[in-house]
Design a protein around this ligand. Sequence first.
Ligand SMILES: C[S@@+](CC[C@H](N)C(=O)[O-])C[C@H]1O[C@@H](n2cnc3c(N)ncnc32)[C@H](O)[C@@H]1O
Length: 225
Amino acid sequence: MKKKENGSKSIKKPWPTKDAMEQIYKMKLWGGSNSDFYSGTGSHHPEIINPYINAVTSFFTSFKEPLTICDLGCGDFNVGQNLVKHTQKYIAVDIVPELIVRNKETFKEKKIEFHCLDIAVDDLPSGDCVLLRQVLQHLSNAEVKSIVDKLGDFKYIILSEHLPDGDFVPNRDIVSGQGIRLKKQSGLDVLAPPFNLKVKEEKQLSSVTTSDYKGRIVTTLYQVF
Ligand SMILES: C[S@@+](CC[C@H](N)C(=O)[O-])C[C@H]1O[C@@H](n2cnc3c(N)ncnc32)[C@H](O)[C@@H]1O
């Protein structure tokens, strides 16, 4: 949180999301003391990532013509790297410039493109299917709304979110980059207000609980049209 002096009053202004995400990686707030960039346990723990990789692989390989994928908030690419071989083209995007430079150097394959974009602000690349894995859970409702409003051009959306166990009040607002809705006993539901994503079909692909994690990580496939 940045403090701004205004006469005798001190107004707290949230950090821009880019600064917050850069700081998370720089200060290793998601762990990974021995890694250059580490996107968190949710991006590395085999118990968490394997059910996701298996479920998404079977969806991708169910198509005769492989899909073009836009991975929005690709992070350290520990997860994404396992999916590339099942796609036509894999466009991976993140808000942290240094991470995108590192990913370009680390994952060199003809069909992968890395771009540094703020998905709440910039135009999104086009493709058949969007992956948003544990990204929206870190963002304020205003940013989520601006992203959700841009998803209507993709036929498929695969969304993974960390949700509380049992029933919860969806979509309580948070400050971007300062912890997820779980701390407010809430989680994201993009079909509910204020997001109101319109979809043709919804299917849960996986739901994972682990001993060292509260709540569950749920992956849902939405068919938009
Ligand atoms: C917890 S990590 C998840 C990474 C990856 N999706 C995975 O599952 O391994 C969240 C990522 O979203 C990125 N991110 C957050 N807000 C973003 C935004 N507005 N535009 C692009 N990327 C963003 C962060 O920089 C971070 O790398």
